[in-house]
Write a protein that binds this ligand. Structure first.
Ligand SMILES: NC(=O)c1ccc[n+]([C@@H]2O[C@H](COP(=O)([O-])OP(=O)(O)OC[C@H]3O[C@@H](n4cnc5c(N)ncnc54)[C@H](OP(=O)(O)O)[C@@H]3O)[C@@H](O)[C@H]2O)c1
Length: 380
């Protein structure tokens, strides 16, 4: 697409832990793409020029990477940043604290937007407040383009595509994995839990807390995360892809009952601490902004979503899997989403709106994820 803007993509928050990893992934990925018809121009952005210069110096093709100063507390700087690019990807979170002014700036500037939120209450508010404006301006705002919510949302789409069309569908997803949290992820989880009870998140199907799933040889706990809200919105936005009605539930899966009970206890303590100012302070001290799992820890990370889909008299099992969920794979997911918006905007299913990864990017995004090592497969 021809554009009069200096950059195709801007990465906002490049000085943070996740932003730094996304900057590295994007620089290597975009340097590889140089042989294509037209190289994408991109920039890193943040509030601290000296820190940004330090990040840029370590990137492939650093000389070609732009640099933009913008502070969330200064809306004019956000508008100036948004108007210089066709797509903004942002890692400046917690989004409940920092996210909304950039969505406003992007809609005003006509710039597509992706983020890494996993915060249900904030996500719901952004859908309610900005969807109509984004549709009218033909801007795609796609929150949840990291481990929240891409494996669940794209995996549910992949599962739905294996079932007969036009019939009611049920999809249950079971998530397992190994990973560690950065400072920003911890802060966002604390913020989401502090705000929980104000509506938004999903608690599974309402069955007992711990259930046995013989079909997968697993124990399952309902998972109160953003994913199910996003998957259901995908079905609302693109109903033709999901049968006449979709029921979707998501669980944490465990091989052993004791592991599930241990996770439940950990979650209970974390949730209790998040409700208290002193608890939040202590946890934030243990995982400050800018910190996160080192390369060795990330190399041991993995995730797997198992899906059981039923509809039109058929049952299908499928899975989505990959490496370290929160950082290595999240970097790929967000960067690939932004690159797809920059490269294939005219081929996407929706023109504008506060969308979801599956509704906004469509099945072709599955191919892009597979090309960078995230597995989507039908098991039976
Ligand atoms: N969905 C997922 O799977 C997933 C995975 C990873 C991360 N995340 C989310 O991504 C976000 C970032 O996490 P992280 O660990 O990378 O956080 P972090 O290391 O604390 O980085 C936060 C970034 O935000 C910037 N920032 C803070 N306040 C700002 C302001 N007023 N104006 C401009 N920039 C500002 C910081 O800039 P300075 O460097 O100048 O302080 C830094 O670049 C969190 O919300 C986290 O939940 C989600």
């Amino acid at each position: 697409m021809v554009s009069d803007r200096p950059y195709d993509i801007v990465l906002y928050g490049a000085t943070g832990f996740t932003g730094g990893l996304i900057a590295q992934y994007s620089s290597a990925r975009l340097a590889r793409a140089d042989s294509s018809d037209r190289a994408l121009h991109w920039a890193i952005a943040g509030r601290n020029r000296a820190k940004l210069e330090g990040v840029r110096a370590k990137l492939d093709g650093a000389g070609d990477v732009g640099l933009i100063e913008a502070d969330t507390d200064d809306p004019a700087s956000l508008r100036a940043m948004a108007s210089q690019a066709r797509v903004v990807m942002t890692t400046v979170g917690p989004y409940a604290l920092h996210g909304e002014p950039l969505i406003e700036a992007c809609i005003e500037a006509g710039t597509d937007y992706v983020d890494l939120t996993g915060e249900p209450t904030w996500w719901r508010a952004m859908v309610d407040r900005y969807h109509e404006r984004a549709v009218a301006r033909e801007v795609l705002i796609i929150p949840g383009c990291g481990f929240d919510c891409i494996p669940a949302d794209m995996g549910a789409l992949f599962t739905a595509m294996q079932l007969p069309a036009g019939q009611p569908m049920t999809i249950d997803a079971y998530m397992r994995g190994r990973g560690s949290a950065s400072g920003g992820t911890t802060a966002s989880a604390l913020e989401a839990m502090r705000g929980s009870g104000r509506g938004g998140s999903d608690r599974g199907s309402g069955q007992g807390l711990l259930t046995r799933v013989d079909a997968l040889d697993m124990w399952a706990l309902p998972s109160p995360v953003l994913d199910p809200l996003v998957v259901r919105r995908s079905a609302e936005l693109q109903p033709q892809r999901y049968g006449s009605e979709l029921r979707y539930h998501q669980y944490f899966g465990f091989r052993r009952r004791a592991e599930a009970l241990g996770a439940l206890a950990f979650f209970g303590v974390f949730y209790g601490a998040a409700k208290l100012a002193i608890g939040r302070k202590l946890i934030t001290k243990l995982r400050p902004s800018g910190s996160g799992p080192d390369q060795e820890t990330r190399d041991k990370g993995w995730f797997r979503f198992d899906f059981i889909g039923r509809g039109g008299g058929r049952e299908v099992r499928a899975h989505v899997s990959g490496g370290d969920p929160g950082y290595t794979e999240t970097s790929k997911m967000m960067s690939e989403a932004a690159i797809m918006l920059a490269e294939a905007r005219d081929e996407l299913p929706l023109r504008g709106g506060v969308a979801t990864p599956a509704a906004g990017l469509g099945p072709a995004f599955i191919d892009r994820l597979q090309a960078v090592g995230i597995e989507f497969a039908v098991d039976s």
